[in-house]
Design a protein around this ligand. Structure first.
Ligand code: PLP
Length: 356
């Protein structure tokens, strides 16, 4: 046995620690923006059927290009997309990593606007891509003018915009996406992990004639499919070709492909909880405001709540009550996932008692 200091680790990884929210076994888990409504038995059975079929072929490598799944994803997204414009991987984090492997690297620079998804700097680090973060405007918004100015000034090779933004819930307008695209000649990735909960339109509507635009999505949030690990993207077929160069051969297992196709076949059922989750999101916003806290507007399945005198203490006390939320490191704030109606009721009840 040894420890990491004694191994010839890549010098830029010295002192780094693995990323991940605490996985604590409490009854109410509102910390990683999962869909807490779960999967119906009917959907589970369809998944099992598809997986049983795939199991009979496991002696062979899976379809490396997973064209059947890509066809179903194209159809699901609509907008006239073709399978050649779709790519998928084990979670959208892997899509992002492949994107950075293809378009990043030591000669590139990636830019994003903080606070945003904390995996972006990690993926940059892992792919040896220098990363620059620019603080967002007041209220965490991103206006077209601001984004235009910052991108033109810094001339990055990759820009990532998260819309709706994690961890703030802030919407991203198409005007801002267009302004970003026109401000540089590198690759623009829009991370739409939460788009199914948004009121505004998807950046998918901007894809045609924008070969440097990439839209990533995930089945981990609205689809209630986090455990299956399926993320995907839509872009110009040439971008997909770049992803195919860096992907490991057969990266998407036959079982994952089967499960994802079953989920797409039953997507109406799986996505049924989205409206209910949005109702709970608005209940959290109204409820915490009544407690004297300051929630930010959200178009995602979570709410960033400001105004805690001691968020770390509240975080710990909530765990004691069987509820876990997320301390995202923004002063005075906690991020709370919108779960089921019963979970919201418990959360608001316990918060009222703790803040009393
Ligand atoms: C949850 C999340 C993802 C999804 O990650 P998966 O690897 O697909 O589970 C991507 N981007 C953001 C901003 C997220 O919050």
């Amino acid at each position: 046995m040894t420890n990491l200091e004694n191994l010839p680790l890549r010098p830029d990884l010295a002192g780094q620690v693995p990323y991940g929210a605490p996985q604590i076994d409490v009854p109410i888990r509102l910390n990683v923006n999962e869909n807490t409504h779960g999967i119906s038995e009917q959907v589970a059975l369809r998944i099992v059927e598809r997986i049983a079929e795939a199991a009979l072929t496991l002696n062979r490598y899976p379809d490396r290009e997973f064209m059947e799944l890509r066809g179903m994803l194209a159809e699901f997204l609509g907008e006239g997309l073709t399978p050649e414009q779709i790519w998928a991987a084990n979670g959208s984090n892997e899509v992002l990593q492949q994107f950075f492997q293809a378009f990043g690297g030591p000669e590139a620079t990636a830019l994003s606007f903080d606070p945003t998804y904390s995996m972006y700097p990690n993926i940059s680090r892992n792919t040896l891509t220098p990363y620059v973060s620019v603080p967002r405007e007041e209220g965490f918004v991103l206006t077209p003018d601001f984004v235009r100015t910052e991108i033109s000034k810094r001339k990055p090779s990759i820009v990532i915009l998260c819309g709706p933004n994690n961890p703030t819930g802030t919407a991203l307008s198409l005007e801002t996406v267009e302004a970003a695209y026109e401000s540089f000649d590198g690759m623009l990735l829009i991370d739409e992990a939460y788009q199914e909960f948004a009121d505004g339109p998807s950046a998918l509507t901007l894809l045609s004639d924008r070969p440097r635009l990439v839209i990533s999505r995930t089945m981990s949030k609205a689809f209630a499919f986090a455990g299956a690990r399926v993320g995907y993207m839509a872009a110009d077929p040439a971008v997909v070709d770049a992803m195919r160069i860096v992907r490991l051969p057969y990266h998407l297992s036959a079982l994952t492909q089967a499960a994802a196709m079953a989920a797409l076949e039953t997507s109406a059922e799986l996505l049924r909880s989205v409206d209910q989750i949005k109702v709970q999101r608005e209940r959290i916003i109204a409820g915490v405001r009544k407690l004297g806290l300051s929630p930010y507007p959200s178009e995602a399945n979570f709410v960033l709540v400001d105004g805690f005198e001691n968020p770390k203490e509240i975080f710990e006390e909530l765990i004691g009550k069987g509820i876990i939320v997320r301390d995202v490191g923004i002063p005075g704030c906690l991020r709370i996932t919108a779960g089921t109606e019963a979970e919201t009721t418990r959360l608001l009840g316990e918060l009222a008692l703790l803040l009393d």
